[in-house]
Design a protein around this ligand. Sequence first.
Ligand code: PGA
Length: 257
Amino acid sequence: MTERKDLIVGNWKMNSTHLEAIQMVQKLFYRLVATDYDRVEVVVGPPFTSLRSIQTVIESDSMPIGLAAQNVYWEAEGAFTGEVSPPMLAELRVGHIIVGHSERRAYFGETDETVNKRVKATIAHEMKPIVCVGETLDQREADQTAEVLVTQVKGGLNGVPPEDVAESAIAYEPVWAIGTGRHADADTAGVGCGLIRSTVAESHGDEAAGSVRILYGGSVSPGNIKDFMAKRDIDGALVGGASLDPDTFAAVVRYWE
Ligand code: PGA
């Protein structure tokens, strides 16, 4: 079986000025002293306005912490007022881009088609997408969870070469578990992530499915991360609220201690 390195990503959402962001990443780095970075890849996703300052801090102190953006537009340049393009992010050494977060789908009109365009644009500029999928509470109660996950995974990855899917990540984030303190139990999360992996196997082959990293997201905390990470198909976490406090996020990253 493919060895999949743990991936823990902090999604800061619309929080922190660039000065606060610098402090957060510096504190996080100190809290993570002696962390085995061969075992876990640590990534922070601040707002666009903080990417440049955090990049500078990470590089000047040689921090083994990766940088993610929370969104991207699919064109490289042009008359798209308010948007940020893949080359702009690549130039800031952004390694990952969170694409199709449920908040973007719910509030900003993202669809599987626009998610797919962003995924392809991310890959075309040598960054890695973290494709977010997940059912709402209504969909879960109507027994549509499997259908929603399969549709979102296939739609988001449509036409992406298997070798690029292998390098990507998919985050299973049940919408009802995000920011609610009501996390999915580990079995439910494990089943969702397993379904995502088998969907990738069907659409892109076993090799891609064996390599793609699948993260759980939704009210992840130091108290529950260990249970999620024990599941075969869960390779990491996309962490919102608990990533804003460096002590708490460091405890999530070092979940095995
Ligand atoms: P949460 O957010 O950890 O605050 O639930 C997760 C996410 O939206 O990525």
